[in-house]
Ligand binder design. Structure first.
Ligand code: FE
Ligand code: FE
Ligand code: ZN
Length: 195
């Protein structure tokens, strides 16, 4: 039973530890399924980061004086399952890449929430060494999320204006929105390309 905030922190860390380990297995599959080199490279880069994050969590366990042991994270399991559905789908390369990004960003947001919670608990407990470790990973997750947003923008620019024939076959309501959709996407081409 969890009776103290420190025990709750340890429980959260065990959940995240399992989540990160699941992700280490899933990311190579996502990278392989991506058509865009930029996306594939970003996912591979995040795999390396994720391996470092697992090690950082082992340091957190050490600081807590606890054994590094995961506890099945059902949230990450579900998110990865959704990612696999996307990979197994039969849409065009560009749309599949956009869907992979959507799945990957769900994962990042889940992690951002989990690390934010754990970091705040560690702060409350005055465990600065743990705060620093968790914050470092939290920053990486936020960066990974932003990178995915950038890649998504690039992919959307690539498909903007090439949707006419597709949308003629869809419902009248959808068809009418196509011009508007293109216009809202187009101005974003001004986004700086330096990353
Ligand atoms: Fe992570
Ligand atoms: Fe979880
Ligand atoms: Zn991540």
């Amino acid at each position: 039973m969890i009776e103290t905030l420190e025990q709750l922190l340890q429980d959260e860390i065990r959940d995240i530890y399992d989540a990160e380990k699941q992700l280490v297995k899933a990311l190579p599959k996502m990278a392989k399924a991506a058509s865009s080199t930029e996306l594939s490279d970003a996912l591979k880069e995040h795999l390396e980061q994720t391996q470092g994050q697992v090690q950082r969590l082992e340091q957190v366990f050490e600081a807590l004086g606890a054994k590094a042991k995961g506890k099945p994270c059902a949230g990450m399991k579900g998110l990865i399952e959704e990612g696999q559905e996307v990979i197994g789908g039969d849409s065009s390369d560009e749309l599949k890449d956009l869907a992979i990004i959507g799945a990957a960003q769900r994962v990042e947001h889940y992690e951002i929430a989990a690390y934010g919670t754990a970091r705040t608990f560690a702060e409350q407990l005055g465990k600065q060494d743990i705060v620093d470790l968790l914050q470092e990973t939290l920053d990486e997750e936020k960066e990974a999320d932003e990178k995915l947003t950038d890649i998504s923008q690039t992919l959307l620019e690539g498909i903007s204006g090439s949707q006419e024939s597709d949308e003629e076959t869809t419902g009248a309501g959808m068809g009418r929105t196509s011009a508007t959709t293109r216009q809202t996407v187009a101005p974003k081409t001004k986004r700086s390309s330096g990353m």
